[in-house]
Design a protein around this ligand. Structure first.
Ligand SMILES: *[C@@H]1O[C@H](CO)[C@@H](O)[C@H](O)[C@H]1NC(C)=O
Ligand SMILES: *[C@@H]1O[C@H](CO)[C@@H](O)[C@H](O)[C@H]1NC(C)=O
Ligand SMILES: *[C@@H]1O[C@H](CO)[C@@H](O)[C@H](O)[C@H]1NC(C)=O
Length: 482
């Protein structure tokens, strides 16, 4: 009995602490403003009855009774509701705040209900993410980075993890502290920049008050911090990215030495019907969402499209919008449909015979969307700059040579690799694509089941602390960073 009571009290204390921290977070979420963040966080700390200021600022007993007494956790819910009124959602993009709040609430319930056991439950596995493109997912953005980050968030969700979203390093720390033991990984932006100022992983490693060390035992455990970089490190000095090297940097493709996290598309694209070859239109869908892509070092010159259209018998369609302020018009021979919703995009694409790369955008998820709904991709490369279609290392992802190195592992009838500027080769490939229709052909690694496996490996199955010791990275010497 004694023991049970002790355990309950322990958890009660933890939950009180957590609720206090949530208050901190919520105060911040509600009144966020970069310039006032620090001040507000300071204010919140003073007002926080359960934080360091508890002795200075004791709270009425009934508040404590709610959470300490009988283990009647339904009361905690009530307390939380009062502590955490819905943040006013003023912008569409603020959905991540509500989602984070909801996640905290669910986690507290898990702790209340299962105590120590919560740790073993999915929601007891906490991930913190800090990156513009994670937050933009709630805005419905469809850039390649957001499609990547959004599918990772979906994987977290399907695995049942508690995902907490932060907007800067201060918030990461606020969210980390109360749940430190439960936090498995923190994924932060590692953006390039000569002054490193926007590289949050590095900033935390460099800051003795942020990273965990002997002098700062409550800091963030260094082995839990990971970077995320759509373009990867590309051989840049590694300290620009992650002090422990590219193995701690998440990548969307299998870049050398990086942690291949990747993305999934099937959970979206498979909702769209597969159009049978008889019902397809004679369209070639040109991947070029911006008009400037047709003019800025394109794989195929603007004047070639009419010829391609006539010699292949296919209509060239595009969703390009004018980003050139009227300087250019859509090339002759190409019909543009303007910007489409993601759904209409799939309808249009799915009705086409092939998708054609025009040099940009590079490394986009769209060719895999095409494969997913039964549309082959025509991939231009620069034959003057490569002798092989199977290069090694970073050569594979050299965007000046290949529009999309991740496509090099696929061959016709899925992906046709053709020399850029060669109109004959393009027309031939289009005819071959029309003659050899494919079904859904998304490679396994771009499917949600596969992404979830990699995410699980990252969050649950790898002992990052042990690995860091083995690699001689611990104990951490903060001052050694360049
Ligand atoms: C909340 O706690 C009080 C006192 O411990 C108790 O009387 C009350 O029934 C509880 N409320 C709920 C909804 O459990
Ligand atoms: C297209 O261009 C090729 C090569 O430049 C040329 O041989 C062919 O006659 C052209 N076809 C049309 C229909 O203009
Ligand atoms: C263009 O492609 C065609 C067909 O694949 C090929 O026969 C021809 O040699 C290529 N032309 C150039 C200039 O590479």
């Amino acid at each position: 009995m004694q023991l049970v009571g002790g355990t309950i009290r322990l958890w009660a204390a933890l939950i009180i602490l957590a609720a206090g921290a949530s208050l901190l977070v919520l105060l911040d979420l509600q009144f966020r403003s970069d310039s006032t963040l620090r001040r507000l966080a300071g204010t919140a700390e003073q007002q926080n009855p359960w934080g360091d200021g508890a002795a200075k600022n004791p709270q009425p007993d009934e508040d404590l009774a709610v959470t300490q007494g009988t283990g009647s956790w339904t009361n905690l819910t009530t307390a939380l509701e009062e502590l955490m009124p819905d943040p006013e959602i003023t912008r569409k993009g603020d959905g991540w705040k509500a989602a984070t709040k909801q996640a905290i609430r669910k986690l507290l319930h898990c702790l209340a209900e299962y105590g120590d056991e919560c740790r073993q439950r999915p929601e007891g596995k906490v991930v913190i993410v800090e990156y513009t493109h994670f937050r933009q997912w709630w805005e419905g953005s469809t850039t390649g980075e957001v499609i990547w980050c959004g599918s990772v968030l979906t994987a977290f969700d399907r695995l049942g993890y508690t995902t907490l979203v932060a907007a800067n390093l201060e918030e990461v720390q606020l969210l980390y502290r109360p749940f430190a033991d439960l936090v498995r990984v923190i994924i932060m932006q590692v953006r390039m920049g000569p002054d490193h100022s926007s590289n949050l992983v590095r900033n935390c490693f460099k800051d003795p008050k942020c990273v965990q060390s002997e002098s700062n035992p409550k800091g963030i455990a260094p082995w839990k911090m990971f970077g995320l970089a759509f373009w990867g490190t590309r051989g840049d000095p590694i300290e620009l990215h992650h002090p422990w090297g590219p193995s701690r940097v998440m990548a969307p493709y299998e870049y050398p030495d990086h942690y291949y996290l990747g993305y999934a598309l099937d959970h979206h694209c498979e909702k769209n019907p597969l159009v049978s070859p008889e019902l397809k239109k004679d369209y070639a869908f040109i991947l070029s969402k911006r008009l400037s892509y047709y003019y800025n070092n394109p794989a195929f010159l603007p004047e070639s499209w009419l010829n391609v259209s006539q010699s292949s018998g296919l209509e060239m369609v595009s969703v390009a919008y004018d980003d050139t302020k009227g300087e250019h018009v859509i090339p002759e021979g190409v019909r543009t449909l303007g910007r489409l919703s993601r759904e209409d995009f799939y309808v249009m694409l799915g009705s086409s015979r092939a998708m054609v790369g025009n040099g940009s955008p590079v490394l986009s998820p769209s060719p895999f969307d095409a494969l997913c709904i039964g549309v082959p991709f025509i991939h231009p490369y620069d034959p003057g700059r490569t002798k092989t279609l199977d290069p090694e290392g970073w050569d594979r992802f050299h965007t000046g040579v290949f529009q999309h190195g991740a496509l090099l592992e696929l061959r016709p009838p899925y992906v046709y690799h053709i020399p850029r500027r060669n109109v004959t080769a393009l027309s031939e490939a289009l005819l071959a694509a029309k003659a050899n229709p494919i079904g859904r052909s998304l490679p396994e690694k771009y499917k949600m089941a596969s992404l979830m496996q990699r995410v699980k490996n990252l969050v649950e199955d790898t002992n990052w602390e042990e690995l860091a010791w083995k690699e001689g990275r611990l104990p951490l010497a903060v001052e050694q960073l360049p």
